[in-house]
Design a protein around this ligand. Structure first.
Ligand code: BJW
Length: 235
């Protein structure tokens, strides 16, 4: 990175929340080692066994109460506050640690644990409690049509047009704590490269997309993200 960037897009994944105590998906002992994604993270799995899926997300939603943003989330919020240019955070995470650290220009492309979606009327609600087949939609009053407002395999991630537009204009693209296994997020680095952006990976280990990044730093997010942020702010 030679010139000071003016438009930054930062993609984050499960690795940024790992040191806050949130499980990642594909690391040893991660979520997909304990449950089959076809049962809990597909529309077909939800149709087959809604209680199993509600239990899975209820447990993770309850888990939000015991965690805090870590030094990486806090450093990124500082970047947004102090950077003279434009920053957009795109997170694949459904936890709320970026916003609790103070980030505001944030897209939750895979949805949010603390929201419910009514499949009957399409309303998205804030939802902090457990959800089940008898939960009532506060907008249309129907019972049995609420689901976690998360994006499962085979579904379209949120705000894709906004994300693509920001990547097409960015001059720095940074990917933090994601294994690069899941599309379309895994393809953002190539879009950014095509747009002429400098591309940086910050991760515990090289991701699937490692060859597409011009620069990479490997280590714990709480250690390498604050250093990287200070470098950008310091010019
Ligand atoms: C640390 C660390 C520390 C650890 N510090 N780092 C080809 C092209 C396009 C699509 C497809 C395709 N082939 C198949 C598809 C479809 C599918 C897909 O990608 N499948 C793949 C498995 C191949 N994608 C979809 O279905 C998506 N929809 C879609 O494609 O719609 C059509 C479309 C196409 C094109 C444009 C637009 C639309 C939807 C995907 C939905 C993903 N949903 C999940 C679960 C729901 C939410 C939830 O329950 O939480 O989202 S799956 C799961 O994976 C979750 C995550 O957000 C996502 C990504 O995981 P992430 O964040 O990368 O976690 P890990 O565990 O994989 O990696 C953690 C990393 O952190 C590791 O590298 C560690 O080393 C590191 N780390 N500790 C720093 N302390």
């Amino acid at each position: 990175m030679t010139d000071k960037p003016s438009r930054i897009v930062i993609l984050t994944g499960a690795g940024i929340s790992a040191e806050s105590g949130v499980d990642t998906f594909r690391d040893e002992g991660g979520i997909w080692a304990k449950v089959d994604y076809r049962d809990v993270a597909t529309p077909e799995g939800f149709a087959r066994n809604p209680s199993l899926v509600h239990d899975f997300y209820n447990q993770r939603r309850q888990g939000l109460k015991g965690i805090q943003p870590n030094a990486a989330h806090i450093a990124l919020a500082k970047l947004e506050r102090e950077f003279s240019g434009n920053v957009l955070f795109v997170t694949q995470n459904i936890d709320d640690l970026h916003e609790r650290a103070g980030s505001q220009r944030l897209v939750h492309m895979h949805g949010e644990l603390a929201r419910a979606l009514c499949v009957r009327c399409g309303t998205r609600h804030g939802w902090r409690e457990d959800m089940d087949a008898f939960s009532i939609c506060g907008a249309c009053g129907s019972t049995g049509h609420l689901r976690p407002d998360v994006v499962w395999f085979g579904e379209m991630p949120y705000q894709m047009e906004r994300i693509s537009a920001a990547i097409a204009l960015c001059d720095l693209f940074v990917s933090i704590g994601t294994s690069g296994n899941v599309y379309p997020a895994a393809g953002f680095v190539e879009e950014a490269k095509f747009a002429g952006a400098h591309t940086v990976e910050l991760n515990l280990e090289p991701s699937e997309g490692r060859s597409h990044f011009a620069e990479a730093h490997y280590g714990k997010a709480t250690e390498i993200v604050p250093v990287f942020v200070e470098r950008i702010l310091g010019g």
